[in-house]
Design a binder for this molecule. Structure first.
Ligand code: NAI
Length: 256
């Protein structure tokens, strides 16, 4: 039996992942705003610190894996997207790393997004502000984006930055050198409340509907959860700093 921490455990992809891990006999410490072993708000420094501290206490300083799935998406305001998707995830990755290093088999999956390669004009200086940890500057940049679908740009920038952060960290002494494999799963459209929130928005909904999905439509969260479980399994240990796109073909249509 392994012990996993899982943010975003109360809904969508996170909830499906919890079900599969628990069905396989593992222990899951869910981290979410509600309905979780650890409740905390990953949009604030205090909430993040509490989430890290309570998780470390619950796992007694020993984790076999971490899945960072908590996130918000368009049309939710850009500042909240930035705070949760980048700074919320990055604080869990950093804060829980010592507990992951205490296990000989630890594996981490960060949930990214295919928005990173599908969204035009992601501002480089915003990605840099995220990665340098300049949170208030990042929020100022996000707040000042003057173009339609600013929350979509904030979303793609936050996912680009956290993906790059993971790839850079993955190959270092602190991560793979400490026996922790770290990879990113980049889903496309998945039928969850997050997707539905975009779909019903008067402005953003039509944009989403125009996204080509060659396999025919969005995935169910269970499908993505199976990929996450695979990335937590022994064969996936040769993956290190990889980004796996599982998106029904949308990225290939636009970028191949
Ligand atoms: P969801 O809305 O079903 O689940 C997200 C979870 O994150 C919820 O349980 C929510 O309470 C939690 N959360 C949100 N803000 C939080 C905060 N401040 N503190 C703590 N927890 C918070 O969404 P879904 O779709 O399952 O999303 C999971 C991940 O997958 C997200 O990172 C999302 O960006 C990513 N993703 C989703 C796609 C989709 O089409 N559904 C596509 C690509 C990526």
């Amino acid at each position: 039996m392994h012990t996993y921490a899982l943010s975003g455990a109360a809904s969508g992809i996170g909830a499906a992942t919890r079900s599969k891990l628990e069905a396989a006999g593992h222990r899951v410490i869910g981290i979410d705003l509600h309905n979780a072993e650890v409740t905390g708000d990953l949009s604030t420094p205090e909430g993040r610190a509490h989430a890290v501290e309570a998780t470390l206490e619950s796992c007694h300083g020993h984790l076999d894996g971490l899945v960072t799935a908590a996130g918000v998406g368009p049309p939710i305001r850009g500042p909240l997207v930035a705070r949760v998707n980048y700074f919320g995830s990055q604080s869990l990755l950093t804060g829980l790393r010592p507990a992951l290093a205490a296990s000989s088999v630890s594996q981490v999956v960060q949930i990214g997004s295919n928005s990173t390669t599908l969204t035009p004009n992601i501002p480089d200086h915003l990605v840099a502000a995220f990665m340098d940890g300049r949170e208030e500057e990042a929020i100022n940049i996000v707040s000042g984006i003057e173009q339609p679908f600013d929350s979509a740009v904030a979303y793609a920038a936050s996912k680009t930055a956290i993906t790059r952060w993971c790839r850079r960290a993955a190959v270092t002494a602190e991560w793979i050198g400490s026996g922790i494999s770290l990879n990113v799963l980049a889903p496309g459209a998945v039928n969850t409340p997050l997707l539905e929130g975009g779909r019903i928005d008067a402005d953003f909904g039509p944009l989403m509907e125009s996204l080509p999905i060659p396999v025919g439509g969005p995935a169910d969260p269970d499908v993505i959860a199976d990929w996450i479980v695979f990335l937590l399994s022994p064969p996936a240990r040769f993956a290190c700093g990889s980004v796996l796109f599982v998106d029904g073909g949308s990225d290939a249509v636009v970028n191949a």
